[in-house]
Write a protein that binds this ligand. Structure first.
Ligand SMILES: NC(=O)c1ccc[n+]([C@@H]2O[C@H](COP(=O)([O-])OP(=O)(O)OC[C@H]3O[C@@H](n4cnc5c(N)ncnc54)[C@H](OP(=O)(O)O)[C@@H]3O)[C@@H](O)[C@H]2O)c1
Length: 174
């Protein structure tokens, strides 16, 4: 069987001070970012840490029309409608064997950090929220010697978006 060429991407929304979450929840409400997340990840494999997964309200999970891979070190964890695996490498292998073209790592903090440290990521879709927040989960500092910004769309405050935000895409410098 031919194995598809696949890239591994991550998608995340980051505050100005690198905060991404607090008390196992998201902090801000930016409907356009939720929409962007849905449109970008739809029909792809997504990989989430167990904590991020259970932070999604029950009625919204598994995320529909996506293959939800949940990472845990627990051997007895089971979740209906999900693929439960025990390492990032196994998740990547699973998506590849399933003919995925772009796999999305959707967090949280532990999973992003490990994927970047192990150099597993090819592309990053980052929503920069132009505001500082208090939180307990952070995204690693983006290394400009490794990552090149390839697009940026700036969005102002409006009646549904309390903070300005930008959609930024980074690709790895070759
Ligand atoms: N702003 C954003 O875009 C964004 C996106 C996603 C998440 N978040 C936020 O991030 C926070 C959650 O992040 P977190 O760092 O606390 O947790 P996490 O990364 O979502 O999940 C951590 C859990 O994943 C499992 N895990 C981690 N590394 C593993 C490995 N190498 N192999 C197998 N399993 C592994 C472990 O599960 P077990 O304990 O079951 O073994 C671990 O406890 C929340 O506040 C959430 O809202 C923000």
């Amino acid at each position: 069987m031919a194995i598809s060429k696949m890239i591994t991407s991550l998608i995340v929304a980051i505050a100005q001070n690198n905060v991404i979450g607090k008390d196992n929840d998201l902090i801000w409400r930016l409907p356009n970012d939720m929409k962007f997340f849905k449109e970008t990840t739809l029909n792809h494999h997504i990989v989430t840490g167990r904590k991020n997964y259970i932070s999604i309200p029950k009625k919204f999970r598994p995320l529909p029309n996506r293959i939800n891979i949940v990472l845990t070190r627990q051997t007895s964890f089971n979740e209906e409608g999900c693929v439960v695996l025990h390492s990032l490498e196994a998740a990547i292998e699973h998506a590849k064997n399933n003919n995925e073209t772009e796999l999305f790592i959707i967090g949280g903090g532990q999973i992003y950090k490990e994927a970047l440290e192990k150099d597993l990521i090819d592309k990053m879709y980052i929503t920069q929220v132009h505001q500082e927040f208090e939180g307990d989960t952070f995204f690693p500092k983006i290394d400009n010697t490794v990552w090149k910004k390839v697009s940026e769309t700036n969005n102002p405050v409006d009646e549904k978006h309390q903070f300005p935000y930008s959609f930024v895409v980074y690709e790895k410098l070759s």
